[in-house]
Design a protein around this ligand. Structure first.
Ligand code: SME
Length: 152
């Protein structure tokens, strides 16, 4: 499935959904089901100055991440995507699943303000590169469009 289709279908399955948690739960499930070679897909949401675990698919994960720590905390603080080709070479990586080898994290916005991050992990080294990332930026943009229309 192309990222264009993933984005379009995320908008479709979120149509008329009233609450953020409902929309994000189905979005995490949809991405997890439709991306090849991923082992964790989920959201960390900015609340009380830290990131808290949001809707996800995959193994049990750490519940809170300080801003500026780990890949998620750094992506949120810098307000930019981070790609980690090999987590074993990333000094500040917070390991939740020993099988995870690479990951990509994107900031997500609601009404133009940072809402949290989308974290996608893979058991394959260097899973996220090149064109993948541009497509995923579009997916992240679609998620922000959904958040704009839903309430807490
Ligand atoms: N990898 C993240 C922690 C969350 S888990 O991967 C689900 C990080 O270092 O920010």
């Amino acid at each position: 499935m192309t990222f264009d289709n993933i984005k379009r279908n995320i908008l479709l399955i979120s149509e008329g959904v009233e609450y953020e948690v409902t929309a994000l739960s189905n979005i995490a499930a949809y991405i997890y089901e439709n991306m090849i070679d991923v082992n964790w897909v989920g959201f960390y949401i900015l609340r009380d100055g830290k990131l808290i675990l949001g809707p996800f698919q995959g193994k049990v994960a750490c519940t809170e991440i300080e801003l500026g720590h780990g890949v998620c905390g750094r992506s949120a603080k810098a307000d930019e995507p981070i790609v980690v080709p090999n987590v074993h070479n990333y000094g500040d990586y917070i390991s939740c699943d020993p099988e995870t080898m690479s990951e990509i994290v994107f900031p997500i916005y609601k009404n133009g303000k940072l809402y949290g991050v989308l974290d996608i992990d893979s058991a394959t080294v260097d899973r996220f590169h090149g064109q993948n990332n541009e497509g995923l930026v579009e997916v992240a943009y679609g998620i922000s469009m959904v958040l704009d229309k839903t309430k807490a």
